[in-house]
Design a protein around this ligand. Structure first.
Ligand SMILES: [Cu+2]
Length: 72
């Protein structure tokens, strides 16, 4: 199972996956996270407001893969 994790209102770089540095740094709003993976992100929090981070798969969102954050 994989999870397309989406962050609303901001952009981010994937710095590493499972401790392995990413040499192809590009701004994203969604990352495809494989089962058991750990990603290190650098999030550009320049867009104020109340935002969501969630998995794009509806069943996963309903199961709780969703959270809110505020940028002030
Ligand atoms: Cu998911």
């Amino acid at each position: 199972m994989q999870h397309p994790i989406h962050i609303h209102g901001q952009r981010f770089l994937i710095l590493s996956t499972n401790g392995v540095s990413n040499d192809n740094l590009v701004w994203k709003d969604t990352a495809l996270v494989q089962k058991g993976d750990t990603m290190e992100l650098l999030v550009d929090m320049e867009n104020p407001g109340d935002w969501l981070i969630h998995c794009h798969i509806p069943e996963h969102m309903e199961a709780g893969m969703m959270s809110q954050f505020k940028v002030i």
